[in-house]
Design a protein around this ligand. Structure first.
Ligand code: ZN
Ligand code: ZN
Length: 68
C-alpha cells in the first residue's frame, strides 16, 4: 500500500507516510520516524529535545534493586 498525494504539511513534496494520530499524509521531512507521527503531533506528544514532563528517560534500568 502506498500513500498517494502530497504532504499535507508543506503540500509540495510527495507524501510517503501517514500520521498515526491525525491521519494526515506527510512527506519524509514532516514525519517523525521515532513516533510514527507527523511533526505537529510529535511536538504535542513530547517532541524531541524539548522539556521532558514526567519520567526521566535516563532511569530505565530499575530492575535488580527494587524494594518497597
Ligand atoms: Zn512535507
Ligand atoms: Zn499528525
Amino acid at each position: 500500500m502506498s500513500v498517494s498525494g502530497l504532504c499535507q504539511v508543506c503540500e509540495s513534496a510527495e507524501a510517503s507516510h501517514t500520521c498515526d494520530q491525525c491521519g494526515r499524509a506527510v512527506c519524509d521531512q514532516h514525519h517523525d520516524d521515532a513516533f510514527g507521527l507527523c511533526l505537529d503531533c510529535s511536538a504535542e506528544a513530547g517532541g524531541s529535545g524539548g522539556a521532558e514532563t514526567g519520567e526521566d528517560p535516563g532511569r530505565s534500568d530499575a530492575g535488580d534493586d527494587v524494594r518497597f
